[in-house]
Design a protein around this ligand. Structure first.
Ligand SMILES: [Ca+2]
Ligand SMILES: [Ca+2]
Length: 358
């Protein structure tokens, strides 16, 4: 476990502060055997919009003299991130009798091995008592008091998600210092996970707002059909040939940018309708042109070899997008029945309806 220089400096400061007492090396305080602490995390709201400030409030209840604490405060990194300024603020005893600091480097070292460090972020907060009038400042409030607050920020891609903010009980970063008599530096003693009951209460908050997605573009007379469940979009005219034409059918919501990625032959079946936030693709839909299985956006003779290979049984269509586009009879497979429809379409007898092809 690598502890930052900053933390070491603070530990040193505590040691120096305590050294003003005439410490007798052998003496120590006696645990009561009932030491307990409950740390409760709450947030200022239960729901937030994307990219909103979340005030994290930490309340500490304890039944013994606590001269220091250190807590890694973890959060779902899919939902929250650490803002540039977290605005750490101490309250009550923590404000009047000591110094609070936070390490916001989001170090993976702060996260216990039991957690996937790529899925969580962490702010490490620590408080150390000051010494005034010959007494060590101590937190000791069985009823509990607000100890400190700081801010996290909801991510722009977190709409619809709930994120937890919590202290992992498995952490080995907790301080277990105690002092029997704050005016007697010889009465320090140390607890551990077995001798001090630590209870942690987590907070959950949801990010609400417009979901990132694709919706029909009603600004034009050519809206497409968005199948949200299967992430497919259809209803485009055959021969669609550009991203600007695609954007006349569908538009992105939730602050995302629509970035179509065509096939090697154009913007037909198999085109990916990617939605990006801050340059990162967060959601993707498949564009479908019924009867087009080679991806050039037209149902014509160029598709025939593909259809024949499926109908002849020499190739099994295992691509659900191609299957959906080529199954013109809606029976879940491409076979001779589809070939009949396909041939009627390619010789001009029928036009495959792109909104309702069956
Ligand atoms: Ca085609
Ligand atoms: Ca079929």
């Amino acid at each position: 476990m690598k502890i930052s220089k900053k933390i070491l400096a603070i530990l040193l400061a505590v040691t120096l502060a305590l050294s003003i007492f005439a410490v007798s090396a052998s003496a120590a305080g006696t645990p009561t055997g009932t030491e307990a602490m409950t740390v409760t995390i709450t947030t200022d709201n239960e729901t937030y919009e994307a990219e909103a400030a979340v005030q994290v409030r930490v309340t500490i209840a304890c039944n013994y003299n606590v001269p220091s604490f250190r807590f890694p405060i973890m959060f779902d990194s899919e939902v929250y991130e650490i803002p540039t300024i977290i605005g750490l603020k101490a309250y009550n005893t923590c404000a009047s009798a000591g110094t609070i600091n936070a390490n916001t480097t989001n170090g993976a070292d702060f996260i216990p091995d039991a957690y996937d460090s790529s899925a969580f972020g962490c702010v490490l907060v620590q408080w150390t008592a000051s010494v005034a009038n010959g007494a060590v400042g101590c937190l000791n409030n069985e009823a509990g008091e607000l100890a400190f607050t700081f801010e996290l920020k909801t991510k722009s891609s977190a709409v619809g998600k709930t994120g937890t903010i919590f202290i992992p009980a498995e952490s080995n970063l907790f301080y277990y210092q105690a002092i029997q008599d704050p005016t007697d530096a010889t009465s320090f003693y140390y607890l551990n996970a077995e001798t001090c009951s630590m209870t942690f209460v987590e907070a959950n908050a949801m990010v609400v707002g417009e979901q990132v997605g694709l919706v029909p573009n009603e600004d034009y007379g050519t809206p497409a059909i968005v199948d949200e469940e299967n992430r497919r979009v259809y209803g485009f005219a055959q021969g669609i040939a550009s991203t600007s034409e695609i954007k006349e059918y569908v538009k992105a919501t939730g602050g995302a940018v629509l970035r179509p990625a065509g096939t090697q032959y154009g913007y037909g079946t198999g085109t990916k309708l990617n939605l990006a936030i801050d340059g990162v693709t967060v959601k993707s839909y498949d564009l479908i042109i019924f009867g087009d299985v080679d991806g050039d956006a037209v149902c014509d003779i160029n598709d025939l070899p593909y259809i024949l290979s499926f109908t002849a049984g020499s190739t099994i269509c295992d691509d659900p997008v191609i299957l959906f586009a080529g199954d013109l009879t809606n029976d879940g497979l491409i076979d001779v029945d589809d070939l009949s429809v396909f041939l009627l379409a390619t010789n001009g007898s029928i036009v495959v309806d792109q909104t309702n092809p069956y």
